[in-house]
Each structure stands twice: as C-alpha cells, then as structure tokens.
Ligand binder design. Structure first.
Ligand SMILES: Nc1ncnc2c1ncn2[C@@H]1O[C@H](COP(=O)(O)OP(=O)(O)OP(=O)(O)O)[C@@H](O)[C@H]1O
Ligand SMILES: [Mg+2]
Length: 318
C-alpha cells in the first residue's frame, strides 16, 4: 500500500465533490473491473488512473500506459500485440507487445478516443477473449490485465459520429468515472493554490508568495479551461516571479484578470428578457465552438449536462 500512500499525497483536494470521487475511486479500484475515465483536458485523468492502479490488488505489478493518440495505424498492431522475428520487413527480432508487458498488472489506454478505427476492432477482440496473438505467431496466449481507459472526448458523441465503435464503447464503459473540471469544484482552488505554492517553493528553494483576498477571489471566479494543469503551472510561475511577496489582483496574468472585467455585465435601463438573452448566449457559444457541446459549456461556465438541460429547455437544436 506504499504506492497508494505516495499517490494520495500527490492527489490534492478536500472539497465535498473531490472527497466523493476519491471514495468512489477506492471502491472501484478494489473491484478489478474495466474503468472509463472521462474529463476535460488537464483535469487529472492520468493521475486518477495511477491512483486506481496503486489502490488495486495489482499494485505490485506494472501499469503500462499506451498513448493511443501517438499510435500510428500501421505500427499499432505490432506495438500492442508484439511480433515474431521476420514476420514483416522491419521485424528484426522477437518483440513482446505492450499488452503482454502489462500481464498481471494494469493496461492504461490513454486518449482512447483517438484510437484509429482499424485498430479499435483488434483491441475489441482482445478485450472480449483476453487473448493476445503476436504477429507471426500461430497461437494466441492469455494475458491477465485490468483495463483503464481515459479520454477527454465525448465518446457517445464519437460513436454517433461514426468515429468510435459502439461495441468497444460498451466494452470499456463498464464503470464510468467522471473527473470534474476545476471550475466545478472551485471551493478547492484556495487549497490547491496553497498546496502547489508550497510544493514549488520547496522545489525551487524559494519562499512561497501569499495571495490577498481579492486575488484569491479572482482565481475562484476564473474558468480554468486548462483545469488543474493550468492552475499548477500558474502557481509555479507565481512562486518564481513573486517569491515571498503578496499577490494582488494586478499581479495576476491578463487572462485571469480580464475575465473578471468581461464578466461584469451592466443591466440596461430598459431591462432585458433573461430567457431570450440566455438562449442567444447559448447559440453564440455553440457557434463559437463549432457545435462542440463540451467547449460551448466551458465558454458559458457550465457543465455539459447543465448546457444540455438548457438547450432542451429552449428547444435549441442538439
Ligand atoms: N488532484 C490533483 N492534485 C494534484 N495535482 C493534480 C491533481 N489532478 C491533476 N494534477 C496534476 O495536473 C497535471 C495534469 O493532470 P493529468 O495529466 O492527470 O490530466 P489529464 O486529465 O490526463 O490531462 P490530458 O487530458 O491533457 O491528458 C499533472 O501534472 C497532474 O499531476
Ligand atoms: Mg492525460
């Protein structure tokens, strides 16, 4: 359990939302089932996969990560399943595949939404029977892995668009785990800033800066489209630039500060029709994001489900 303790120390969060996720993750980790982690870019999906592995009974064995976005279609089969020497022109020696390397451990399929369609079928076959056949072998062999997949795409949407196989989607989505966007747990922001500031102050042998109330409030209101990754990088920058000093609103980067000004809207004397304005803003957000609902939700500071609810309410085209 040493690994779990190490990773719990690295996975910060104390809001009710995060405690809930952590509790669920521990239950799911113990069950040795396939998990599909979904969440926006930078929200902590990979860290969550490490947490699941470290909290599982497989923690003494390896977690092998395959970045599906970096898997060229022509090499994917050999990379995943391995090959025998001479089975194709460049096969100069026997190579085990990545799947086999994960035997008795966890196979983390990162960015699964990017997996080329042709490879999706091959992966599905493996997931159905647990058998892995190297290119050039005439017999498959059993591999015992636990699958964790992650994506920042809306896989259901990808299925609808014909870019992701429906059967593979169901095979992966046995237990879904949604990592919330940072703006959906903004009560964690002050805590995270303190943790990251202390961490980077230690790393750079500097004194951590202090944030005044106005600066903290601005950080809490900001959307953080890059989620925890953006907050973490921001904290490192602030430790370096403002070591030992007090950070006020004017020391914040433009995107955080300007967002505050853009957010202030003054009601005209003639009044408005709130519902009409809301429908219009949703329209504009969908246009700006070229129909991508997750992006549109981000522009409006909403969760995707809250956006869908409102679109239904105003009978806007889904
Ligand atoms: N709860 C957390 N506590 C501390 N650090 C975190 C937390 N969640 C994420 N991080 C850090 O934020 C960064 C981004 O996290 P991670 O790579 O897991 O995100 P991701 O969802 O996989 O992103 P992407 O979609 O871009 O692949 C990493 O440096 C990670 O260590
Ligand atoms: Mg990732």
């Amino acid at each position: 359990m040493k690994k779990q303790i190490q990773i719990e120390d690295r996975m910060f969060g104390q809001s009710a939302e995060f405690e809930n996720i952590r509790r669920n993750a521990k239950i799911i980790a113990a069950a040795d089932v396939t998990v599909l982690i979904q969440g926006e870019s930078g929200s902590g999906k990979e860290l969550m996969a490490e947490f699941l592995h470290a909290s599982s009974r497989r923690h003494d064995n390896e977690m092998v990560t395959i970045n599906c976005a970096a898997l060229p279609e022509n090499l994917a089969e050999s990379e995943l399943f391995g090959h025998r020497k001479g089975s194709f022109t460049d096969a100069s020696s026997d190579q085990p595949g990545r799947i086999q390397q994960a035997d008795k451990g966890t196979l983390f399929l990162d960015e699964i939404g990017e997996l080329p369609l042709a490879v999706q079928g091959k992966l599905l076959r493996f997931l159905e029977n647990g058998e892995c056949q190297r290119i050039g072998d005439n017999k498959p062999h059993k591999v015992d892995v636990r699958i964790i997949a992650a994506t920042n795409r809306d896989l259901q949407q990808e299925v609808k668009a014909g870019r992701f196989r429906e059967d593979l989607y169901y095979r992966l989505n046995v237990v879904p785990l949604q990592v919330p966007a940072l703006r959906e747990r903004s009560s964690d922001i002050t805590f995270l800033i303190n943790q990251f500031s202390a961490l980077f102050a230690r790393k750079h042998c500097l004194d951590a800066p202090r944030y005044n109330m106005k600066a903290l409030e601005a950080c809490q209101r900001y959307n953080w489209p890059g989620n925890i990754r953006e907050l973490k990088n921001f904290c490192e920058r602030m430790v370096i630039l403002m070591s030992g000093q007090t950070i006020g609103e004017s020391n914040l980067p433009a995107e955080i500060y300007q967002q505050q000004q853009a957010a202030s809207f003054s009601l005209p004397d003639s009044g408005i029709v709130l519902e009409k304005l809301e429908a219009e803003l949703i329209h504009q957000a969908m246009d700006k994001s070229r129909g991508n609902q997750s992006k549109a939700a981000r522009l409006l500071g909403l969760t995707r489900s809250a956006l869908l609810y409102r679109m239904k309410k105003y009978a806007l085209k889904l």
